[in-house]
Design a protein around this ligand. Sequence first.
Ligand code: HEC
Length: 160
Amino acid sequence: MAVKFPSRRPTLLSVVMLGALSLSLTDCSRKSPKMLYGSNCGICHHSGDGMPGSVPPLVGRIDKIASTPAGKQYLANVLMNGVSGPITANGQPYNAEMPPFRYLKDDEVAQILSWLSARGTTQPAPEFSAQDIAAARANRISSGRVATERETLNKTTPLP
Ligand code: HEC
């Protein structure tokens, strides 16, 4: 399909506008983990400290939970399936609903979790790969079941 320009050559203005458009598209595909966290998680988990009584804190806990393979798997599972059920975090009870984030790419979820993990005290901070997330994505379960699996995990490896 041919696009007809009013004049034969695109005007300087349209060239500048195209340039600006491609620049902003590049920016979109290169969001930093901090930006990804801010636009997807911050509304509930705030700076990472959560909201007392309703949303659990993440900073200082993700690194500890991710220190075991089962814990890492649990976290990837939460991001792909959500979690809903009574849970205890830092000794405080929570009973709300965390939605799944399947619309984010594996790599984006891995970046967010690695970034949160790096903000804890565990050295070296556990890191997440896109493969860790892809494995959880392939295993679609209910958010209630994720909470049940958390309870089981908590018995063998107490979660912070
Ligand atoms: C709409 C609010 C909301 C948003 C947005 C949200 N969460 Fe949550 N998240 C929650 C709630 C509420 C819980 C606790 C669920 C429960 O009580 O069972 C939770 C739990 C979690 C847990 C499990 C913690 C534990 O101790 O087991 C992780 C990990 C987590 N969220 C990470 C994230 C990340 C990363 C993002 C962004 C990609 C995010 N959340 C976005 C509300 C939210």
